[in-house]
Ligand binder design. Structure first.
Ligand code: PMP
Length: 405
């Protein structure tokens, strides 16, 4: 049995971390993994999460019973408000079906599975349009449910920015009712987001062609430090009547990576439709995970539903986003003012969120690993969270060296 199973390659990000761990060089840097680190390069437990955990642990009324299939109700309703806004017309009209999921990955999976069963593709084939490039897991998640991933132009290596024309032209030429996956903010891996004007044009085209927007929101708060600002595109799309669903993750903005807290929100045109949608999501969820985990959802629910904890969370998010923005500015300053590194580096400060596409070539990425012990993916993406006041100069000098070679 199983002799014919082909050996799969290891996951490239996890492989990078393993290589970093084995490296004994004292100045080594890991810029591969997309997890926040503080200025001492340590994982950061948000103070508000510590406080919520302390309260939960001392609460003797809590038990380990199963949650409802669609999750902790206080969590799902607050999570929907967080992304859609407390004034959302869709929420006021009860047109949002929310299900608690296994973080953002689970939300993507459940959303994809729901589309694969129920989406009416019209003249469009059973395909999903993904940005080129995107989070690699998007490809695998859709293939797993029988939806073929195809790519729309997104990143332009010439400008190290958005290929807006290519993107809009694909929206225009794709058959009506095509499904487009869009990163709600802080695009992974490029850090390149559309401007509000560009988002408006995208929304207009989505509506005109009756396309479906599959919005992946894994970094709310991480782009600008402001939860509402980072939700702007999502809320604007809802206002404009774009057909959509949202995948929401609390891994990054609450630092709850391993707790797997997330939600899927499907917005429908009417309340009646939404009730049917939720019933089917519930059936799918039952067969996949029966019911979602309790601990992380209780933590997030407490933070979202308690006004003073919510304010504390916003401050914690600003601490993380602010540190990342500081690292962008310092890297830009080192490269341009001190080292006079050849090339243009504005994109480092223009890009948004945890990641930055440096624009360096694969051979230069390789050289950074082998010569400087700086670990990053072959496409030149760096996690800004891996930089801190102690290692940024070494990184800038190493980058300068490979760029000059
Ligand atoms: N979508 C995108 C674009 C991501 O970058 C990530 C995290 N790397 C996720 C979804 C899901 O992450 P998680 O399952 O940890 O919430």
């Amino acid at each position: 049995q199983w002799q014919s199973v082909p050996l799969a390659p290891p996951d490239s990000i996890f492989q990078l971390t393993a290589a970093y761990k084995e490296d004994t060089f004292d100045k080594k840097i890991n810029l591969g993994v997309g997890a926040y680190r503080d200025d001492d390069n340590k994982p950061w437990i948000l103070p508000v999460v510590k406080e919520a955990t302390r309260i939960l642990l001392s609460d003797e009324t809590l038990d380990h019973e199963y949650l409802p299939i669609t999750g902790l109700p206080e969590f799902t309703s607050a999570a929907a408000k967080l992304i859609l806004g407390p004034e959302s017309p869709a929420l006021a009209e009860s047109r949002v079906a929310t299900v608690q999921t296994i973080s953002g990955t689970g939300a993507n999976h459940l959303g994809a599975l729901f589309l694969s069963k129920f989406y009416q593709w019209g003249t469009a084939e059973k395909r999903v349009w993904l940005s080129n490039p995107t989070w690699a897991n998007h490809h695998a998640i859709f293939k797993n449910v029988g939806i073929e991933p195809v790519e729309y132009p997104y990143y332009d290596p010439k400008t190290i920015g958005l290929d807006f024309t290519g993107f809009i032209n694909t929206l225009k030429s794709a058959p009506e009712r095509s499904v487009f996956l869009l990163h709600a903010c802080a695009h992974n891996p490029t850090g390149v987001d559309p401007t509000p004007e560009q988002w408006k044009a995208i929304a207009e085209m989505l509506v005109a062609k009756k396309h479906y927007a599959f919005l992946d929101c894994a970094y709310q708060g991480f782009a600008s430090g402001d939860l509402d600002k980072d939700a702007w595109a999502v809320r604007f799309f809802v206002e404009q009547g774009v057909s959509l669903l949202i995948c929401q993750s609390f891994a990054k903005n609450a630092g709850l990576y391993g707790e797997r807290v997330g939600a899927l929100h499907v917005v429908s045109p009417t309340k009646e439709t939404s009730v049917k949608v939720k019933s089917q999501l519930s059936v799918l969820q039952r067969s996949e995970i029966s019911n979602p985990p309790t601990h992380g959802a209780r933590i997030v629910s407490m933070i979202l539903n308690n006004p003073s904890m919510f304010e504390a969370w916003k401050r914690d998010i600003q601490t993380m986003a602010g540190r990342i923005i500081d690292m962008r500015k310092e890297l830009f300053r080192l490269l341009t003012e001190e080292l006079h590194t050849p090339g243009s580096w504005e994109h480092i400060v223009n890009q948004i969120g945890m990641f930055s596409f440096t624009g360096i070539q694969p051979a230069q990425s390789k050289a950074l690993i082998s010569e400087a012990h700086v670990y990053l993916t072959g496409n030149g993406r760096i996690s800004m969270a891996g930089l801190n006041t102690k290692n940024i100069r070494y990184f800038a000098e190493s980058l300068d060296r490979v760029v000059r070679n």
